[in-house]
Design a protein around this ligand. Structure first.
Ligand SMILES: Nc1nc2c(ncn2[C@@H]2O[C@H](COP(=O)(O)OP(=O)(O)OP(=O)(O)O)[C@@H](O)[C@H]2O)c(=O)[nH]1
Ligand SMILES: [Mg+2]
Length: 304
């Protein structure tokens, strides 16, 4: 039983921000102990805010995973992604700023500026320390960043190591305001199964396709039919691409690529939805969907 009415209970929202590819979504999933947000080795994987809720006897942290803040990309989709990250930061009680221990870029520099102007408590998470040969290699980065901003804490870790992530949780707890829980304590996300399914399909596509193609596609759930006895769900999804040539690549020779994507997505969804999944995928062309605010809205991208 969680005594969430206790005066000492802490609760608040925690925005996880940083440039693309530093490991924000990996960290969200590790903190919550469940795969909620998709991850891949390619930058700009996350396009939406994804809430992950961690509740226990003492505190509730409502983590908001955000799209990587990036510069110099003019499409409507890029604007929307950066806005989603910026507004999450503005609304949060606490910021987790994630950087890569082994790679500092101009985009990190731009995020630092935003963290400074947000003027709220911020934990600097230096991720991917497993990539460093020696821990002392962190010192110049810590010194440089600490000179620019008074961080509430600096935590070097690897989001892939559970023991490291467990060290971060109490640091977060100590920085949350005293408040009753914001969500029911058994709730893990505010996202629907439909949303999570579309994201899993996009993750498999992003991981299978090379170069620029993942940026030109989006996934829309067209129909979702529940069946009982035995419990199952039939999902029809459309993969929207921007050009006919991309459609051919996503389908692959003899349908090989699409088949492998469908299989990988179905296996994961069987597990995460806890019932049998029948998945049908179609690939359709919608020119320049990522440049148009109206097309983005129609495809389920919320404007913030
Ligand atoms: N070696 C190592 N790789 C990591 C670690 N954390 C994440 N990664 C990898 O880094 C890549 C990017 O991880 P994501 O979690 O998708 O990064 P992100 O910051 O959410 O990226 P965007 O959504 O594109 O902004 C993936 O290939 C992860 O497996 C870590 O601690 N060590
Ligand atoms: Mg991400």
């Amino acid at each position: 039983m969680i005594d969430s009415a206790a005066d000492s209970y802490r609760a608040g929202t925690v925005a996880i921000v940083g440039r693309p590819n530093v490991g924000k979504s990996t960290l969200l999933n590790a903190l919550v102990g469940q795969k909620l947000s998709i991850t891949s080795p390619k930058p700009q994987t996350t396009r939406h805010r994804v809430t992950g809720i961690l509740s226990n006897q003492a505190f509730q942290a409502v983590f908001i995973d955000t799209p990587g803040l990036h510069t110099n990309q003019p499409r409507a989709l890029n604007r929307l992604m950066n806005r989603a990250a910026g507004s999450s930061m503005a609304d949060a009680d606490l910021i987790l700023w994630v950087v890569d221990a082994a790679r500092w870029t101009a985009e990190d520099e731009a995020v630092l500026e935003r963290v400074r102007t947000a003027a709220k408590p911020c934990i600097l998470v230096i991720n991917k320390v497993d990539r460093l040969k020696r821990r002392e290699q962190l010192l110049p980065l810590i010194e440089k960043l600490a000179a620019f901003h008074a961080f509430a804490a600096v935590v070097p870790l690897s989001a892939q190591r559970p023991a490291d992530v467990n060290r971060l949780a109490p640091v977060i707890e100590g920085l949350l305001p005293k408040a009753p829980p914001l969500y029911p304590v058994d709730q893990v996300t505010d996202r629907s199964e439909r949303f999570l399914a579309a994201e899993v399909i996009r993750e498999k596509l992003t991981r299978s396709l090379h170069q620029e193609l993942p940026y030109g596609l989006t996934v829309e759930i067209e129909s979702w039919q529940e069946q009982s006895d035995p419990p199952a769900v039939e999902i029809h999804a459309v993969i929207w691409v921007e050009r006919a040539g991309q459609r051919r690549i996503v389908i692959g020779k003899g349908g090989q690529v699409l088949k492998a994507v469908g299989r990988a997505a179905r296996l994961e969804l069987n597990q995460s939805l806890g019932r049998r999944v029948h998945l049908e995928l179609w690939v359709k062309v919608r020119e320049n969907w990522a440049d148009s605010d109206a097309a983005l809205r129609a495809l389920g991208y919320e404007s913030t």
